[in-house]
Design a protein around this ligand. Structure first.
Ligand code: ATP
Ligand code: MG
Length: 258
């Protein structure tokens, strides 16, 4: 498959942002094409979460440009990003804990129906969609828990609901920040398999992970951030775990020179 001709679906150009004295990102650029899985690697504090929060409208960059489908894109907030087809599963705020599964799938996009001439939220429809989405992902959640707050669910179930939300809304870009960090092994496998099937459907995925095994299992390309800068970018078949770790920590550390 040729990637050279394809217009990137999502592009970041020279993105910089600082928090007080911390330059969290310094002129970071990336490109993502349709059906591609791009891994974002880097040590703690490298700037991975900050970058995806900019790509999903949570933070606004101090400098740089975002483009979607070849056009400049300005994101007011996360809802704006979701409406454009960018769904994000955050490391720290994946779901609204106190809401049920259906509410989490719709989150700000609730379906309505007419009742006595008024528009009311269609809870039955939301519950129905929740069941369908979970079925499609082959996730089993007891009926009783479906209608309770999602904080009662396991990490894997919560992750699956966040992925289900992206699928239901036909995301064109799905961004996942450490989707498997809190999961057991079978659940990790399921999430990795889901990423594979999203890719097959043409969804572009950005995957943040500390797990090199996961990165090599599902990614086409990897970008390594170090202290807010791009330390390197490789096609997955042209690199290996040692090289990625070297890029993450810097040559000096890997050689024991410092
Ligand atoms: N809201 C914020 N206010 C102040 N500093 C922040 C904020 N968000 C991030 N930072 C700082 O920006 C830098 C990058 O943080 P970020 O969370 O993006 O790292 P990360 O690569 O996601 O790390 P991890 O692997 O631990 O999740 C860190 O120095 C962090 O302390
Ligand atoms: Mg992070």
């Amino acid at each position: 498959m040729s990637h050279a001709a394809a217009t990137p679906i999502l592009e970041a150009r020279d993105i910089s942002i600082r928090f007080g004295g911390v330059e969290a990102l310094k002129r970071v650029s990336l490109q993502l094409t349709q059906g591609e899985v791009l891994a974002l690697a880097g040590d703690n504090g490298a700037g991975k979460s900050t970058l995806i929060k900019i790509l999903s409208g949570v933070y606004h960059a101090d400098a740089g440009e975002l483009r979607f489908d070849g056009r400049p894109m300005q994101l007011r907030d996360p809802q704006d990003a979701r409406e454009q087809g960018i769904e994000t599963i955050y490391q720290d705020l994946a779901l609204a804990d106190n809401l049920d599964v259906g509410s989490n799938i719709f989150l700000g996009r609730e379906p309505t129906r007419r009742k006595l001439g008024f528009r009311v939220i269609d809870r039955a429809r939301m519950a129905q969609v929740a069941r369908e989405v979970l079925e499609r992902l082959d996730i089993v959640i007891a009926q009783r828990k479906l209608t309770g707050p999602v904080k009662m669910l396991s990490g894997g179930q919560r992750q699956a609901i966040a992925i289900g939300r992206a699928i239901y809304w036909n995301a064109r870009v799905l961004i996942m920040d450490e989707p498997t960090a809190a999961l057991g092994v079978p659940e990790q496998r399921k999430v990795m398999a889901l990423i594979g099937s999203l890719k097959a459907q043409g969804v572009a995925v950005i995957l943040i992970s500390h797990n090199l095994h996961d990165i090599f299992a599902v990614s086409d390309r990897v970008i390594v951030l170090r202290r807010g800068e791009v330390a390197g970018e490789r096609r997955i078949e042209q690199t290996n775990g040692d090289e990625i770790v070297r890029l993450m920590v810097g040559d000096g550390f890997a050689n024991g020179a410092r």
